[in-house]
Ligand binder design. Structure first.
Ligand code: SF4
Length: 84
């Protein structure tokens, strides 16, 4: 399967790439979603398509739509939370 076209610029990875405690989780998400069979189920990708830009997707949102461990949804816009 080809990888997601957003992978290089996905702000989810940019936010956590320097956090060593998250590296294993990031690898797992890349394997399952960005380069894997769940790519079409990525909530980040769906929200980005619906709202017209990835800039509206919260950086701490996981591909499965949950907030990264240790973070929360308090900064997520209503526009985003309504789509979940
Ligand atoms: S998290 Fe989703 S939108 Fe971002 S690169 Fe992976 S599959 Fe694409």
């Amino acid at each position: 399967m080809s990888e997601c076209q957003n992978l290089e610029n996905c702000n989810f990875f940019k936010m956590f790439e320097n956090d060593k405690s998250k590296h294993l989780a990031l690898k797992g998400f890349i394997y399952m979603f960005c380069k894997g069979r769940k790519q079409d189920q990525c909530v980040r990708k769906k929200i980005s398509q619906i709202l017209g830009s990835s800039q509206f997707v919260p950086p701490n949102m996981l591909p499965n739509g949950f907030a990264m461990a240790g973070t929360n949804k308090s900064n997520w816009s209503e526009k985003v939370t309504k789509l979940l």
